[in-house]
Design a binder for this molecule. Structure first.
Ligand code: ATP
Ligand code: MG
Length: 200
């Protein structure tokens, strides 16, 4: 048995959660906490990196249109983004999804080759009450085009997220953290994520 070689570099934490759960909100707060305690951490949004490439190719005008592209095209964009993201140095948080709702079903946001390329130390699942997530999506309707899913569908999507995180953990050896983003308490989740960069 040969342990996979672990290169000495910063920590990589993948943060996932269904659209509108509050990843970006929580992560901006987590970054502030890390900065306050003198820890350098950079934040990369997987979808934004894909969107830059998709815009360059003239495929979409808005970020939320990408999930309606052919799955094959989305996979190409995903590969391109993984090449850019793996070059990031130091401590990195990757804001992404375990599964994306496409027209052909759930597509993995972190297929095995992305997981192998990123070699995460931990994967965080940000979860919230499905009814709450529906309301959060509605609040942003003017700036984001998020799906108006039923609470049952959101529950299913969160279940898929847990299954996906478990698979990535077994594949890569990373730990899994399930964090709740409770209403009005995004700082609580931010603290849990910031603490992953403490110590060894
Ligand atoms: P996406 O995957 O689509 O990028 P996201 O997970 O990054 O979504 P955000 O954009 O961070 O989600 O948050 C969605 C909405 O929920 C925003 O209006 C945000 O202000 C609100 N929100 C986030 N966290 C909380 C919270 N703990 N309590 C109340 N509202 C919240
Ligand atoms: Mg976001």
């Amino acid at each position: 048995f040969v342990m996979p070689s672990v290169e000495k570099r910063g920590k990589i934490v993948i943060v996932t959660g269904v659209p509108g759960v509050g990843k970006t909100t929580v992560l901006n707060a987590a970054l502030d906490l890390c900065r306050e305690s003198g820890r350098e951490v950079s934040l990369l949004n997987y979808g934004n990196v894909m969107f830059e490439e998709a815009s360059r190719r003239g495929l979409v005008r808005a970020r939320d249109e990408m999930r309606h592209l052919p799955v094959k095209t989305q996979t190409e964009l995903q590969l391109k983004a993984s090449e850019l993201i793996r070059q990031a140095k130091g401590n990195v948080i990757v804001d992404t999804h375990t599964f994306i709702n496409t027209l052909k079903g759930y597509m993995p946001g972190i297929p095995s080759w992305v997981a192998d390329s990123l070699k995460p130390d931990a994967i965080v699942l940000l979860e919230a009450d499905p009814e709450e997530i529906s309301r959060r999506r509605m609040k942003d309707a003017a700036i984001r085009m998020r799906e108006a899913d039923s609470p049952e569908r959101i529950t299913e999507h969160q279940f898929m997220g847990r299954s996906g995180a478990a698979a990535i953990s077994v594949q890569t050896g990373c730990t899994v953290v399930i964090a709740k983003n409770r209403e009005g308490a995004h700082l609580e989740a931010a603290k849990a994520i910031a603490s992953l960069f403490e110590g060894e």
